[in-house]
Design a binder for this molecule. Structure first.
Ligand code: HEM
Length: 194
């Protein structure tokens, strides 16, 4: 193994990357699914969506702490400045999405009279608190607050679609067109293409 291919992300960073990727994309799929449902049918998948979302929030906080504590491996020396900037901006925006999507979801459901009938219960087991002050707002303010967070949640979801397309597209380009060391840094069993 050359010195360049050895410069991988840490095992913790790799585990958190793939765990969050699967949960976040799975939660988008779940939201697309429950959006096709109406009435009581919608409750169970929406409750699961909230549990997965809070899990993503907790894992993302851990990941952010790890990212700040342990430096990622440097990009290859010849990487042009514009690519470094685009990669940096994409990764930063991913943190905005990974934290912002669950937070806006949590705020949105807290500012709803339904929170009393359907409290957030992680995987049906552990109660997760609502944001106290939002649960007691006067009706009009609660409605407006709910709408604002619902809009933010939807916009962040759209941002996540764009980022996922950009990120996966860049990974495919690195692996199959440039055939460089970038993807194996995050996929432990992958070697640099010959
Ligand atoms: C990884 C985290 C999350 C992702 C990727 C995600 C994604 C989505 C998406 C794509 C939608 C559909 C938006 C639209 O139709 O425009 C949605 C809706 C929704 N999300 Fe999330 N979400 C996350 C976390 C959460 C959390 C933590 C909660 C609550 C605790 C939550 C509650 C909801 C609810 C209630 C809706 C339905 C809103 C409606 O009735 O239209 N989400 N989410």
């Amino acid at each position: 193994m050359s010195a360049v291919t050895a410069a991988r992300y840490s095992a913790v960073a790799i585990t958190l990357h793939w765990l969050i990727a699967v949960l976040l994309i799975g939660n988008i799929g779940l939201a697309w699914y429950f959006n096709t449902l109406t009435g009581l049918e919608r409750v169970a998948p929406t409750q699961l969506h909230k549990s997965i979302g809070i899990t993503v929030l907790l894992l993302s906080l851990l990941r952010l702490a790890w990212r700040l504590a342990v430096k990622p491996p440097p990009l290859p020396a010849g990487t042009p400045a514009w690519e470094r900037r685009v990669a940096g901006a994409t990764h930063l925006l991913f943190y905005v999405v990974m934290l912002g999507l669950p937070l806006t979801g949590w705020f949105m459901v807290s500012a709803s009279p339904l929170i009393h009938a359907f409290p957030i219960k992680l995987y049906g087991l552990v109660e997760w608190p609502a944001i106290g002050p939002l649960t007691t707002l006067p009706h009009d303010q609660m409605h407006a607050t709910h709408e604002a967070f619902e809009t933010a949640h939807g916009l962040l979801a759209k941002l996540s679609y764009g980022l996922i397309v950009l990120h996966v597209g860049a990974a495919l380009m690195h692996q199959f067109v440039r055939r460089d060391v970038i993807v194996p840094r995050m996929v432990p069993f992958l070697r640099r293409p010959a």
